[in-house]
Design a protein around this ligand. Structure first.
Ligand code: FES
Length: 109
């Protein structure tokens, strides 16, 4: 396997129902993860993109589902299945992160 250009971490952490912090899984991140996997399979960009579901909380739960792309250190917020194709096209194919989805620094903590 070649070293991929982009490593994508998708928070799939799930907390029990009623937890005040909620969780990315509760907000649809498993479906988002599946959409990333589907598009990766369709595009065959395996040498460029590696996708990992992360079962541990990445931190800014209130803005989930959270998706993080390295080495760019781009944090995406509130990602839905409808955003994934644009992330592939703009970020992974053309090198331009999707600005409207970027998590503001103020939302950390
Ligand atoms: S549960 Fe996903 S960032 Fe905390």
């Amino acid at each position: 396997m070649a070293k991929p250009q982009y490593h994508v971490f998708i928070c799939t952490n799930q907390r029990p129902a009623g937890n005040p912090r909620g969780s990315c899984a509760e907000r649809g991140s498993l479906e988002v993860w599946q959409k990333f996997a589907d598009i990766l399979n369709q595009t065959q960009m395996f040498e460029k993109v590696l996708i990992s579901g992360v079962r541990s909380c990445l931190g800014p739960c209130q803005a989930g589902p959270i998706v993080v792309v390295y080495p760019d250190a781009v944090w995406y917020k509130m990602v839905t299945v409808n955003d994934v194709e644009e992330i592939f096209e703009s970020h992974f194919k053309n090198g331009k992160p999707v600005e409207r989805l970027i998590l503001p620094d103020a939302m950390f903590g």
